[in-house]
Design a protein around this ligand. Structure first.
Ligand code: ATP
Length: 435
C-alpha cells in the first residue's frame, strides 16, 4: 500500500487544479480554499453520491436547501450562542493561539516549542458574525450558520405538513457552513468555510437506539461502497464527557489520515433537544401528532453529519497510489468511477487536423453523457500519466489507423489494458465499463 503524506496530496491537488489557496494572488487567505476544474467535479460527485444514497434511493427522506443566514434566535434556541465554543489558550512567548483539546502536549506550544507559557483556557465562540442591512448595530447582528442542521429543525413543520410525512422520516441538506476555527489546518481538512452533508432522521423516541445503529452501519458502508479502503476506516464511539450538549450518544466514522485517525462524519442521537428548544423559544408547537396512538410528542432525531469538503479530501488521499511499471513509478488516483472528475479523456495521437477532427467528433458525442477532456498537448505517454494522476478511468486514443478502421484504442486506468473499439460503438462500450 502507498504511504501518502499531506504534502504529496496538497502538491498534487494544487499542481493538477483540484484545490487552490483562496485569494492566492494576494498572498493567500488561511483556511479558505477554492476548488479548481477537477476539484469542483470531484466535490460535486461526492455530494451527488451522498444525495443519491440519502434522498434519491429512499422512500423516507426528502431534501431541503435552507438559507445560510437565519434569525439570531435560532442560534440562541439551539444553544450555539452559549455553548458552541472551543477552549483556547494563547502562548505568552509567541502569541500564537491554540485549541486546547487538539494539543498533543497541553503544556507545550507547538509553534515556538516553549513549555509552561500558556494562558488559562477561555471559551471561544466559533460562530462568524455579520450584520444584516446597512446599520452595524447589535440588533442587526446575525450569524453565518455553523451547521446546516438548524435550517432543517426550523423547517420541520413546513416540510412535514407540505409533504404529508409520517414518522419515521428524514430531511437532508447539503450546504456551506462557517466556523471561526481557532486552529484550522491540514490543508482542506479543517477550514473556516466548508460544506456539510447532513440528514436529520425523525423517529419515535423508543426507536431511536435502533435507528442510531442503522445509520452507523449505513453511513460506514457508504464510504466502503465508494471504494475507500476498509482498513483506513473505523467507527469510534464518544465517551460520555465528549458528547455535545444535545447528544446522548455519538459515534464518528474516522479515516486514517496521514497524521492519524480523524473524523469524517459524526452520527449523533440528538434526542428531542432541538425541536423542544425551538418550540419553547418560538412559541410554535413542533410536536408530532401520531394518529395511531392519538398522541402528540416530540420526535427523537438521529443525525448523520458528514463534511463534503473533508470527505472529498479523504477520497483523494485514499485514491493516491504509486505503482512500479517497467522500473518507473506510475502515480494513479484510483477513484471510484462515479467520483472521478473526468470519466474519459480523448487523445488524438498527433495534432494533425485529420486526427483532431474525429477526436472532436468522438468527444462531442461522449460529452452527451459524461465529463470528457480532449487533450492534444505533449506526448501520448505524458498525457496518459496526467490522466492516471487525476483519476480518469478511460483514455480513448485516436491514431492514424483510426482513419482506416474507424476504431479507437480504449485504455483502462487501473489495468492499463488496451482494447480496440469502433468509434460508433464507444458510448455503448464505455457505458458498460463505467460503474
Ligand atoms: P471537530 O471536533 O473536528 O471540530 P465536530 O465534531 O465539531 O468537528 P461536527 O459538528 O460533527 O464536527 O460536523 C460534522 C462534520 O462536518 C464533521 O465530521 C466534518 O466532516 C465536517 N466539519 C466540521 N468542521 C469542519 C471544518 N472546520 N472544516 C471542514 N469540515 C468540517
Amino acid at each position: 500500500m502507498t504511504e501518502v503524506t499531506l504534502d504529496t496530496i496538497s502538491n498534487l491537488a494544487k499542481k493538477r487544479g483540484f484545490v487552490f489557496q483562496s485569494s492566492e494572488i494576494y498572498g493567500g487567505l488561511r483556511s479558505a480554499y477554492d476548488y479548481g476544474p477537477l476539484g469542483v467535479e470531484l466535490l460535486r460527485n461526492v455530494k451527488a453520491e451522498w444525495w443519491r444514497s440519502m434522498v434519491q434511493e429512499r422512500p423516507d427522506v426528502v431534501g431541503l436547501d435552507s438559507a445560510v443566514i437565519q434569525a439570531r434566535q435560532v442560534w440562541q434556541a439551539s444553544g450555539h450562542e452559549e455553548f458552541f465554543t472551543d477552549p483556547m489558550v494563547e502562548c505568552r512567548n509567541c502569541h500564537s493561539r491554540h485549541r486546547v483539546d487538539k494539543l498533543d502536549d497541553p503544556d507545550r506550544c507547538p509553534t515556538c516549542g516553549k513549555t509552561g507559557e500558556f494562558t488559562e483556557p477561555r471559551q471561544f465562540n466559533l460562530m462568524f458574525r455579520t450584520h444584516m442591512g446597512p446599520v452595524d448595530s447589535e440588533e442587526n447582528m446575525v450569524y453565518l450558520r455553523p451547521e446546516t442542521a438548524q435550517g432543517i429543525f426550523i423547517n420541520f413543520e413546513n416540510v412535514r405538513r407540505t409533504n404529508r410525512l409520517k414518522l419515521p422520516f428524514g430531511i437532508a441538506q447539503i450546504g456551506k457552513s462557517f466556523r471561526n476555527e481557532i486552529t484550522p489546518g491540514q490543508f482542506v481538512f479543517r477550514t473556516r468555510e466548508f460544506e456539510q452533508m447532513e440528514m436529520e432522521f425523525f423517529c419515535r423516541p423508543g426507536e431511536a437506539d435502533e435507528w442510531f445503529q442503522y445509520w452507523l452501519d449505513k453511513r460506514f458502508q457508504w464510504y466502503v461502497d465508494l471504494g475507500m479502503r476498509p482498513e483506513n476506516l473505523r467507527l469510534r464511539h464518544h465517551d460520555k464527557d465528549e458528547l455535545s450538549h444535545y447528544s446522548t450518544s455519538t459515534a464518528d466514522v474516522e479515516y486514517r489520515f496521514p497524521w492519524g485517525w480523524d473524523e469524517l462524519e459524526g452520527i449523533a442521537n440528538r434526542t428531542d433537544f432541538d425541536l423542544k428548544k425551538h418550540s419553547e423559544h418560538s412559541g410554535e408547537d413542533l410536536r408530532y401528532f401520531d394518529q395511531e396512538s392519538n398522541e402528540r410528542f416530540f420526535p427523537y432525531v438521529i443525525e448523520p453529519a458528514a463534511g463534503a469538503t473533508r470527505t472529498t479530501f479523504a477520497f483523494l488521499i485514499d485514491g493516491y497510489t504509486e505503482e512500479t511499471v517497467n522500473d518507473e513509478t506510475r502515480v494513479v488516483m484510483k477513484l471510484h468511477h462515479r467520483l472521478a472528475p473526468y470519466k474519459i479523456a480523448v487523445l488524438p495521437l498527433s495534432k494533425k487536423p485529420e486526427l483532431i477532427e474525429p477526436a472532436e467528433r468522438v468527444a462531442a458525442e461522449l460529452r452527451k453523457r459524461w465529463i470528457v477532456e480532449l487533450d492534444v498537448t505533449q506526448s501520448i505517454g505524458r498525457r496518459y500519466r496526467r490522466q492516471d494522476e487525476i483519476g480518469t478511468p478511460f483514455c480513448v486514443t485516436i491514431d492514424f489507423d483510426s482513419l482506416e478502421d474507424q476504431a479507437a484504442t480504449v485504455r483502462d486506468r487501473d489495468t492499463m489494458d488496451q482494447e480496440r473499439v469502433s468509434m460508433d460503438g464507444l458510448t455503448t462500450y464505455l457505458a458498460g465499463k463505467l460503474v
